[in-house]
Design a protein around this ligand. Structure first.
Ligand code: SF4
Length: 269
């Protein structure tokens, strides 16, 4: 009975949120507290004996929990991985991946840098901040997508030298199975490879970014967009290069059937 009163109210809230999503520059956001409150309202709305209006949501939550559990199991193996002795001795920690286990988009980079090695999270340095900005401009939060690298350990550097180096093909081949497991568990609708090294790690073939970026490829049947690594944009600040990355991201939004506002269409990073 309570359900019959509250269900129309919830429908009104959902309609209002959908309207915001269609007319606003960014998708509507809700805090964890608000979501928890909405979820508890949903359980009250369904009185004992009543059939939930949509059983899809609990099933979805169950699937997400299963994915999270599977990812935790892979993470534990990565944490203890000693396949590359030279990287085990130089790493501070492994850098597994971060984000929504049920993400629609998965961003793939090449390897952790010094900041990531320190913090244990991919894309947290300057390039990572730019990636976060791109994700937000697409209308997502960082927690909505999944971010991982081909290599889970920072490529070592000669003693006394600073900076980061690209992973070697042998290192990527060694670590790639973990990424494959992550992709298989998450099953994103779209993969985005950031830079030619990530493409080589993922597909096993090397090409120039000029040939590769801006068009759809496929990884085991999942649409794959290839674009520049954000670190490239930090080195090359020209508006035309930034715009290319943004146009690639617009293609991703279109592929996901996300509404794109006029402001987003004209956006420059
Ligand atoms: S780079 Fe990958 S395969 Fe090599 S030690 Fe680290 S986790 Fe293991």
């Amino acid at each position: 009975m309570i359900g019959r009163v509250i269900q129309p109210a919830l429908k009104l809230v959902i309609t209002a949120l959908e309207r915001i999503r269609e007319t606003s520059d960014h998708a509507p956001r809700a805090s964890r507290n608000s979501l928890a409150q909405l979820q508890s309202t949903y359980s009250v709305a369904v009185s004992p004996g009543e059939t939930p209006a949509s059983p899809a949501r609990p099933r979805l939550q169950q699937a997400t929990a299963t994915k999270a559990k599977s990812l935790t199991s892979v993470r534990e193996r990565v944490c203890g991985c000693t396949k590359c002795a030279h990287l085990v001795s130089s790493r501070t920690q492994t850098v597994f991946g971060v984000g929504n286990p049920d993400a629609e988009i998965m961003f793939i980079g090449e390897a952790p840098g010094a900041d990531e090695d320190q913090q244990g999270e991919p894309f947290v340095g300057r390039a990572g901040q730019l990636l976060t900005k791109i994700i937000k401009a697409m209308g997502f939060a960082r927690e909505d997508v999944y971010i991982a690298n081909i290599l889970k350990c920072r490529p070592d550097m000669p003693a006394g030298s600073y900076g980061n180096r690209a992973p070697t093909p042998a290192e990527m081949q060694m670590c790639r199975p973990y990424l494959v497991e992550q992709i298989n568990i998450i099953q994103p609708k779209v993969l985005v490879a950031l830079g030619a090294v990530a493409v080589e790690g993922l597909l096993g073939s090397r090409g120039t970014m000029r040939e590769l970026r801006g068009r759809w490829h496929s990884y085991n049947g999942t649409p794959l967009m290839i674009t520049y690594h954000p670190a490239y944009l930090l080195r090359n600040q020209s508006p035309s290069e930034k715009r290319k990355v943004w146009e690639d991201m617009l293609q991703v939004l279109e592929r996901l059937d996300k509404p794109i506002s006029e402001k987003q269409r004209n956006y420059f990073l």
